[in-house]
Design a protein. Sequence first.
Length: 233
Amino acid sequence: MKKLSVLLFLLAIAPAWAQVQKPTFESIEAAKDVKLTLDPTDVFWRAARPVYLQVNRRGQAEMDYRTEVRSRWTKAAIYFLFSCPYKQLYVKPDPDTSRETYELWNWNVAEVFLGSDFKDIKRYKEFEVSPQNEWIDLDVDLHKPHHEEGWVWNSNFEHRARVDTERHTWYVAMKIAFAAFETPSPQAGQIFRVNLFRTEGPQDHIVEVLWQPTMSETFHVPEKFGLLKLVPK
C-alpha cells in the first residue's frame, strides 16, 4: 500500500508529457570523438541501433522513402547519420555552405529536433542539413509568435552531406556539442526529447517523412516527440 501511494504521488507531480509512454531512440556511447563520416558501414556507425522514418505527418506509410537514422554519443557531443533514399531531389540553386541558410526548410533537408527541458517542452533546438550541406540551426521557443526568429542562435554544430546518384540515396551526418543543450556533462541513461524528419521532392509534390507523426500541419508539435536515451557502450 505504501509503494502504491508513493507511485501515485510521483505521477501527480510529474509533467503530464512525461507520464505517457514514448518510443525511444537509443544513442550508443563511443569511446572518443571522431571525424564525421558519411559511410553507414563505417565501424563507428555500425555500432549504432538505427530507427526508421517511414510515415508522413498523419501516420500513413511512406515506405518508398524509408529513412535510416543512427546515433552515437561521447562526453562532448552527440552524432546523427541520415541515409535518405530519394526519387527526386529539390535543392536550392547556388548553394552557399559558408554561412547559415535562412528558410532552408523550403528545400529538401534532414532535421533533428532535440530538447533537454522536460518542464517546458515548447523549448528545444532544431538542426537542418540539406543534400548540398547547407545548414541552419534554431533555438525554438513556441511561446513566441515567430519561433523561426531563433535562427540567429548558433550552436557551431558540425555537418557533412553527399548524394550517391547510383544508389539514389543522400546522406547527412551531424555532430552537435552537448553544450548547445546546457548539458556539459552528459551521463549514460540521460533522456532527451527528440523527433526526426526529412523531405523529398518539390513543394508542389513534397513528401515529408517522420519518425513520430505529428498529426498536424506543422512539424512543431513537441507533445508528439519521442525520447532519445544515452546508452553506455
